[in-house]
Design a protein around this ligand. Structure first.
Ligand code: DGL
Length: 261
């Protein structure tokens, strides 16, 4: 692996930029090529075959740009496709899954709420995760497709956003959850609102930083890299991305492009 090759990051849309922000903190010298498949967002309501087809197409695109490692910054795509990707491509893949294990380790009430997409919650890999790490606690799941739509449209704090967040979060608090797992890479962008609605006694967790540490594990640290560059591609509307990007990644200078794949 040579350090001048970029890291590739993919997601169904802009959500994976929450993971990009964590990766930049951990690996500030690494160049990154990000692909947000916004034309096909949401993945969360699609079936496994369809998600796999899209993720394979995006992977081909990232590999055509010489990426040395691919981060699947999307729980739905990881759950639906990471095993197939690893079986078909020679590069390392770092995926992400809802943080059931750390949540189960710290809950005081014994009840953990998981906010994720329908595809993630229905996936066999998610059920294995709950069986392996969540069997000693009560896990309550909530599919939140509306959260994805809020983030894709750039609505993080309107009265409508608050009403949607309350509708999903308050039942979990009423059921005594003291940990909320953000099981979708879009959701960290709603974190301030989720925390406000959940109240100070509830811990909100996401796995962006854990993914960044996992990526770090694959990157040799002893070679001096050239100054990093950041290229952000969307299959969706470039002018919308240009408006939203500075809000999602406020301190990042990047080149933004549209790509049809
Ligand atoms: N960001 C994605 C995830 O982590 C999925 C959002 C969607 O496209 O439904 O699951």
């Amino acid at each position: 692996m040579k350090t001048h090759q970029p890291i590739g990051i993919l997601d169904s849309g802009v959500g994976g930029l929450s993971v990009l922000n964590e990766i930049r903190k951990t690996l500030p010298n690494e160049s990154i090529i990000y692909f947000g498949d916004s034309a096909w967002c949401p993945y969360g309501s699609r079936d496994t075959d369809e998600i796999q087809r899209r993720v394979f197409a995006v992977t081909d695109f990232l590999l055509s740009k010489n990426c040395k490692l691919i981060v699947i910054a999307c729980n739905s795509a990881t759950i639906a496709a990471v095993e197939a990707l690893r079986a078909n491509y020679p590069v390392p893949f770092v995926g992400m899954e809802p943080g059931i294990k750390p949540a189960a380790a710290i809950t005081q009430t014994g009840t953990v709420g998981v906010l994720a997409t329908e595809a993630s919650l229905a996936g066999e890999k998610f059920h294995r995760l709950v069986d392996d790490h969540g069997s000693s606690v009560t896990i309550i799941t909530r599919p939140c497709p509306n959260f994805v739509e809020l983030v894709e449209s750039g609505d993080f704090d309107s009265p409508r956003a608050r009403a949607i967040v309350e509708e999903e979060v308050l039942p979990l608090i009423a059921a005594n959850a003291d940990i909320l797992v953000l099981g979708c890479s879009h959701f960290p962008f709603l974190r301030p609102l989720i925390e406000e609605v959940a109240g100070p006694k509830v811990t909100v967790m996401d796995t962006g930083m854990a993914v960044a540490h996992r990526v770090n594990h694959f990157i040799p640290g002893d070679i001096v890299a050239p100054p990093p560059s950041y290229e952000i591609f969307t299959s969706g509307d470039l002018s919308h991305l240009k408006k939203e990007f500075p809000i999602l990644c406020p301190d990042l200078k990047a080149s933004l492009y549209h790509a049809d794949i």
